[in-house]
Design a protein around this ligand. Sequence first.
Ligand code: SF4
Ligand code: SF4
Length: 146
Amino acid sequence: MALMKYAPQALKNLFMKPATKMYPAEEPVYPEGSRGHIKISIDDCISCGMCVRACPNGALSVDRNAGTWTIDRFDCIACGYCVLKCPKKCLFMEKGYQTPGPEKKEDTYTKSPEVLAAEEEKRKEAARKAAEAKAALAKAAEEKKE
Ligand code: SF4
Ligand code: SF4
């Protein structure tokens, strides 16, 4: 009886294409909505830290001075909150899986030297303007006293 029950499926399987793919020779096709892993377009990052604050698992860190963005992929649960919160839209979810590795490690991305130099220039300019404004205020206060 059991044989009769499974015979149609067994016959069908004989003429069906294999359900498995010849990975990695054959490129995998990921289904719509699959999450994959987080990537960053690091030169567009403004080191605001919104992604760090949004991450429920503490998988991210940002070093504004060094111009780096770091993700611990073992702590990331691919929830996508950081992608939603990034004001510069420089985070995105890339379909597919990371290549497995033998040890736990973080991935750190560093801004290009040109972007770091431009940011440093902006900081100096802002500091110069702040010093000028402070001096102007002090001078105005002195004049008021006289
Ligand atoms: S996808 Fe989720 S868990 Fe992973 S880094 Fe972004 S916010 Fe954190
Ligand atoms: S939210 Fe976006 S811009 Fe801000 S630190 Fe994270 S990746 Fe950079």
